[in-house]
Design a protein. Sequence first.
Length: 370
Amino acid sequence: MTYKIAVLPGDGVGPEVIEAAMIVLNEIALNAEYIYGDIGWEFWRKEGNPLPERTMELMHQTDCALFGAITSKPKDEAQKELAPELRGKGLEYYSPIVKLRQLFDLYANVRPAKAYPGNPLNYKDNINITIFRENTEGLYSGVEYYPVSKEIDEVFKENPRYKKFIGMDKAISLRIISRKGAERIIRAAFEYAKNNNLRNVTVVEKPNVLRETSGLFVRVAREIHKEYPNIEMWETNIDAQAMWLVKNPEKYDVLVTSNLFGDIISDLASQLVGGLGFAAAGNIGDNYAVFEPVHGSAPKYTGLYKVNPIATIRAVRMMLDYLGEHEKANRLETAIEEVVKEGKVRTYDMGGDASTLDMAKEIAKKYAEL
Ligand code: IPM
Ligand code: MN
């Protein structure tokens, strides 16, 4: 079978890390057709849309996508960079990756944080945590108000505790947690733990304060946990969990949480195992998936071929697993492990001077030797 894979380099360092990933993919010789698509800042400026319709169509024709990085800027800066003929038409910049997650219903953002033996950047050895971040709702639901209309203010009349907000100059972002949304991410986390013989799943929320949203999330987790009696489930609060991840990260196998908490805690976890140069993510739904490095477009490094491509190469590894190519995925993982352990080729973040492509070539070479 020939896979069809959409390749979306984006901007900033996106194209260079994708170039690195393609060196590795060519060595792997996956039976696949790679189709490049337009996405990112350049298309916002020229077309007023960072995610053109043709790219969406391309994605619909493929099995999954490999995505690099894109720049996002605050509202007013984005408007200033828009082509003159497109200004004043009410066009608004949005984050293409957040939109893709929503449009393709890629509800599971899977973010492994694994300490590769011999990585000089490891905070501690024996860290191997996989974070399941809900990816379509929570504080990323996109339901926001400013200014807040009188109709919406009506809602504040229903409870005496809300009254003080009526008529205030205020902004509102809704944190929506649905039962379905909670169920599917929590189930994905438990299934992953079960399939990989892991011991524990930690539900990270804040139900003591966010009584309704976190409350629902935790209640759903307790229900689902009953189906997995051999896996331990712990409930923690996001603030305390941030501390415990620094204190004893070895303890945790799987974390599952809502969207923004997962965003924050996964950056924290990545720093325990080498930082964003090592952090990959799979955005996975029932019908499609997008794989990406967690780092952004890193404008200050653009074109320098300095950044560590391991994040993107690990995203490739996750993509291989998604496609069912487990043998190739495991072999690639071993190649990365070996290259890190040998320590001959190291990018700047690891204290070396190897370029993005040197690292990719070394991993490709190792893959070929295995
Ligand atoms: C991430 C990023 C994105 C997010 C940004 C770029 C919108 O930080 O993938 O973690 O907040 O989800
Ligand atoms: Mn993030």
